[in-house]
Design a binder for this molecule. Structure first.
Ligand code: SF4
Length: 331
């Protein structure tokens, strides 16, 4: 993804910058967790990758997968080659994505027939049950309709549907919503197994972009973390360093972790800004205890953090050690 931006043109000529200049890679066999508060633009970014934005959206930049630029691809390419085949989606509102008048079994079998080479009713039935089991969906509920499912079961049905196509990229938008902690762990462990499992078509494994505000789930599954605030990626970090030592470097990322009950349990003061009314400088300044006059200018992404005064490691309080002289390297 290179400079991906999405803005909405609203009545009266107002413009809402929902995603601005997002820039990152996700490798095969890797899970990148995109975290941030609700309304920060995470799901808009996911919709942009699938060509599912409303008509008043404008996009810029590039998002490449398998030789296709997802932002400029036409609807025919997206429908026939991308959705379900190159990108599997676990949607944020599973109940709204399931067909209400068909059983889960029927929807799974149809998806198996459409996306895989499995032929014959018995084989399709077996494949549908296998993928339901992988998503922890109880087999004795397969003949139920979506309205007969709890929110958690609808979530698992949607996860099963997303796994059918065995896609090189799985896009999971809040995949643990409505699940209790045991099922959260089971769901993310299955997603992890899914991306790690090599086969002929995906010899390096699959990639997972998981959008979540469940930091415990992100810590359990992710290799890398991308933090989004007010439409911008403000930090990219190795997950172990982010959740452990030296910890996050952006003040907003630190605030997210300190808000957790098993850490400081201290909420970030204030509220995020309206995406349609962002300041010219750092959008976090009104909530930031490190803000200075410098922050009136938009901080560039430098060494994977967009902050004029980052924490720990490379910031002004903890300067990075000077590079060794060539003679020291030789020694
Ligand atoms: S740029 Fe300034 S206001 Fe923004 S997060 Fe960094 S220190 Fe805080």
């Amino acid at each position: 993804m290179r400079g991906l931006s999405v803005r909405f043109l609203m009545p009266g000529g107002r413009r809402v910058a929902a995603v601005a200049d997002a820039h990152f890679d996700v490798a095969a066999g890797e899970c990148l967790a995109l975290i941030g508060e609700s309304g920060c633009g995470k799901s808009v970014l996911a919709s942009a990758l699938l060509g599912l934005l409303p008509a008043n959206a404008q996009t810029a930049g590039e998002a490449r997968l398998g030789g296709i630029d997802l932002l400029s691809a036409g609807e025919r390419t997206l429908a026939r080659r991308v959705r379900g085949r190159l990108i599997g989606l676990i949607p944020q509102s599973p109940a709204a994505h399931l067909t209400p008048v068909r059983t889960i079994r029927s929807q799974l079998e149809e998806t198996v027939a459409e996306l895989t080479g499995v032929r014959g009713q018995a084989a399709r039935r077996a494949a549908a049950e296998a993928v339901a089991d992988r998503a922890a969906f109880p087999l004795d509920h397969l003949d139920r309709y979506p309205h007969q499912l709890s929110g958690g079961l609808a979530q698992r049905a949607a996860t099963a549907l997303a796994l059918v196509g065995d896609t090189p990229l799985l896009l999971a938008d809040e995949p643990t919503t409505g699940l209790d902690r045991d099922l959260v762990d089971r769901t993310v462990d299955e997603l992890r197994r899914h991306i790690d499992r090599p086969d002929a078509a995906n010899s390096g494994g699959r990639a997972l972009l998981m959008i979540t505000h469940d930091l415990a789930a992100a810590e359990r599954i992710a290799d890398r973390i991308a933090v989004m605030y007010a439409g911008r990626i403000v930090e990219l970090a190795d997950a172990t360093a982010f959740f452990g030592s030296p910890g996050p470097r952006h003040p907003y990322s630190r605030g997210l972790l300190q808000a957790l009950p098993d850490r400081a349990f201290t909420p970030i003061p204030g509220l995020p800004p309206e995406l349609g009314d962002l300041p010219d400088g750092c959008a976090f300044a009104a909530r930031c205890d490190r803000a200075s006059d410098t922050c009136a200018a938009l901080p560039p992404m430098t060494e994977d953090v967009a902050c004029h005064h980052p924490l720990a490691g490379h910031g002004p309080e903890h300067p990075r050690p000077a590079a060794p002289a060539p003679e020291d390297i030789r020694a």
